[in-house]
Design a protein around this ligand. Structure first.
Ligand SMILES: [Zn+2]
Length: 232
């Protein structure tokens, strides 16, 4: 079981002091309750009993699923000290044979928000490849933009599942409490999985890395250039 530090935070509304447990790491299968909280997106939130509000609390935390073999580092601030810790870990992955052996076949990811962490855990739990999901977001982006009113900004697009078991995008907008939803055609996933297998492997960095929209756009651009190059 992971170590839990006791820390004090303040309710942003009434300024009440609230004691919370902070987790440096969450280790699956041991911390199964914490996984459920992450999937409900309440793990990095604190409840004030007086105001009856939930407020966000973000700090660096390492999520390690030893059964499904993946590690996700939640690094909200990405300050200099965070960069050093991440670089150290990646160096260790290169040189520490014991660690390499213990974590053979692992996937390593860095996320910056609790929404991203929730999404990655969900994708891996469902048995999907997050790299292809990110590529699908690039494909869907123009359609999503069209369905959003022009004066709104898209804050995030997340992979999710409806109650009927079908998959959908959850689109978080500014100035709106309810997110937009859009159904996903999973045939596209299977199609991309087949076509982009090689380039995705080639473009996946060693060790802890961010696999996000920026990464997916880069992969897509490389693929397009290669196809054009082959035609010329
Ligand atoms: Zn309060």
């Amino acid at each position: 079981m992971a170590e839990v530090r006791k820390e004090k935070v303040f309710c942003p509304k009434c300024k009440k002091e609230i004691e919370i447990g902070m987790w440096d790491s969450i280790d699956i299968p041991y911390d199964i309750e914490q996984k459920e909280k992450i999937l409900k997106n309440i793990f990095f939130k604190v409840h004030c009993e007086d105001c009856k509000i939930l407020f966000p609390i973000a700090y660096r935390c390492q999520y390690n699923d030893m059964e499904n073999k993946y590690m996700i580092w939640f690094v909200p601030g990405m300050e200099e000290k965070d960069r050093i810790v991440l670089a150290d870990y990646n160096e260790k992955l290169k040189n520490d044979n014991t660690l390499r052996l213990a974590q053979g076949g692992y996937r390593y990811r860095i996320v910056r928000t609790d929404n991203e962490l929730r999404e990655k855990v969900f994708i891996f739990e469902e048995g999907f490849d997050d790299r292809i999901v990110e590529m699908m977001k690039v494909i869907y982006a123009p359609m999503i933009k069209q369905s959003v009113a022009k004066d709104h900004k898209i804050l995030g697009i997340y992979f999710d599942r409806k109650k009927d078991g079908k998959y959908r995008w959850v689109i978080i907008l500014d100035r709106m409490t309810q997110p937009l939803m859009m159904d996903i055609n999973m045939d596209i996933y299977e199609d991309m999985k087949g076509k982009l297998k090689d380039i995705i492997e080639e473009k996946t960095p060693e060790g802890l890395a961010q696999i996000n929209a920026l990464w997916a756009r880069d992969v897509m651009m490389t693929q397009v250039k290669r196809i054009e190059g082959a035609r010329a």
